[in-house]
Design a protein around this ligand. Structure first.
Ligand SMILES: [Zn+2]
Length: 51
């Protein structure tokens, strides 16, 4: 597989990964929510977008 493709996939996945400030669980947020706060799937807290 093309290594550039692999790194692009890794960046996409980790760029959308957020850690909840309340319960500290990692989750992947949709690309459409990248610049918005999302609700934690586990505890319901708001997770702000990464700076
Ligand atoms: Zn949480």
């Amino acid at each position: 597989m093309n290594p550039y493709f692999i790194s692009a996939v890794i960046n996409a996945v980790f760029g959308l990964k957020r850690t909840c400030p309340k319960c500290k669980r990692d989750q992947i947020v949709p690309a459409s929510k990248k610049r918005e706060s999302v609700r934690c799937n586990f505890c319901g807290a708001d997770i702000p977008p990464r700076k």
